[in-house]
Design a protein around this ligand. Structure first.
Ligand code: DAH
Length: 348
């Protein structure tokens, strides 16, 4: 009895040596010779029924041990087959520029995930993505957005100005203007309206820059999504409706928004938007300020050659970091940029 069990293991061992280059099908057929319905090990196991009662425990123990040894042999053979398959797929000679097998798969950064979520929700109601450069001119960032040169936003405190230089030749500017790093994505409103005729419906996600001392809620660079809708007879009601739609989809069905009067140079009237949602427990149960919006100021339409008597529209701009922090309970904006995998993996 003992001998026959040991013989099974020996047979598996010697057989496995010859199986290095076998296919998976060959491996399975060979394995079935041991543990398949009529395999030698399966038959040996059935023999326990015929043994005298006192011999059963010892035989059972031996069976378990033999099964474990067999499994180990099967595993080794399978590993060898997998290696052979991998080597074959790498070609001969193997391509050394291929990534190593088992390399960790990457995932999107949390800010990318939130940006995609917002863009997807707005794409469903017809908004298309428009892009603009991060290096901008005073015209697109300020003048055309009804922000005259004496406005505080143009103060050197807030804006990174660049020395005029031919390196930015892909962004053309007037001689009396300076280059700067855009302080908001509202610049894309102007770029789009100068290129397209209304009606239009765009969103513009992107990176912005402001001279700020970094702390838990401020950084010198951050991300926004700008939205612009231009059509006939657009009203504040349309604006409120789109924001309710956005926040309910983003934060859950019980999300609410509230408008507070505010001032932005490029919208009239302008509002700050607060939101709350009962099912967010960390932050967000109380009203929380989240973004700016308003009805496009007729002066802006004039600066791009749209007739304000015909066209109306709304615009809004929101900070992606702010939304991500609220949604995921992140309490320091600097985590987003430190590339610490312990932070990033929580959202992978
Ligand atoms: N540009 C504003 C900011 O950076 C956000 C904003 C407010 C955008 C009102 C808009 C708007 O389009 O209408 O804070």
């Amino acid at each position: 009895m003992e001998d026959s069990l040991e013989a099974i293991v020996e047979e598996a061992e010697s057989g496995s040596r010859g199986l290095g280059m076998a296919s998976r099908a060959e491996f399975e057929a060979w394995k079935a010779g041991f543990v398949g319905p009529r395999g030698s090990f399966t038959l040996a196991r059935k023999r326990i029924a015929d043994l005298p009662r006192e011999e059963k425990p010892e035989y059972g123990r031996r069976l378990n041990e033999v099964k474990q040894r067999l499994d180990r042999i099967f595993e080794q053979v399978l590993e060898r087959i997998e290696m052979a398959e991998l080597t074959a797929s790498l070609g001969d000679p193997p391509d050394p520029t291929l990534p190593p097998p088992g390399w960790d798969r990457g995932s999107s950064h949390l800010l990318t995930q939130v940006r995609e979520a917002i863009c997807t929700i707005l794409a469903r109601v017809g908004f298309v993505v428009a892009e603009g450069p991060e290096v901008e001119t005073e015209f697109f960032c300020f003048d055309a957005l009804n922000t005259p040169s004496e406005h505080p936003a143009r103060d050197l405190q807030d804006t990174y100005y660049l020395h005029s230089d031919a390196r930015f030749a892909n962004v053309s500017k007037r001689d009396d203007e300076r280059y700067l790093l855009r302080t908001h994505t509202s610049t894309v409103q102007i770029r789009t309206m100068l290129e397209q005729q209304p009606p239009l419906r765009i969103i513009s996600p992107g990176r912005c820059f402001r001279r700020d001392t970094a702390d838990a809620t401020h950084g010198a660079n951050f991300h926004q999504i700008e939205a612009l809708y231009v059509d006939r007879d657009v009203t504040v009601k349309d604006l409120k409706a789109i924001l309710d739609y956005l926040f309910r989809n983003l934060l859950g069905p019980d999300a609410e928004t509230r408008f507070r009067p505010h001032f932005f140079p490029y919208t009239e009237p302008s509002f700050e938007v607060d939101f709350r949602s009962r099912h967010l427990n960390k932050v967000g149960k109380e009203w929380m300020e989240i973004m700016g919006c308003g009805m496009v100021d007729p002066v802006v339409f004039e600066s791009v050659g749209y007739d304000p008597a015909v066209w109306s529209g709304y615009a809004f701009g929101l900070g992606i970091e702010r939304i991500a922090m609220t949604l995921y309970g992140v309490d320091d904006i600097r985590y987003f940029y430190q590339n610490d995998l312990r932070f990033l993996r929580q959202f992978a």
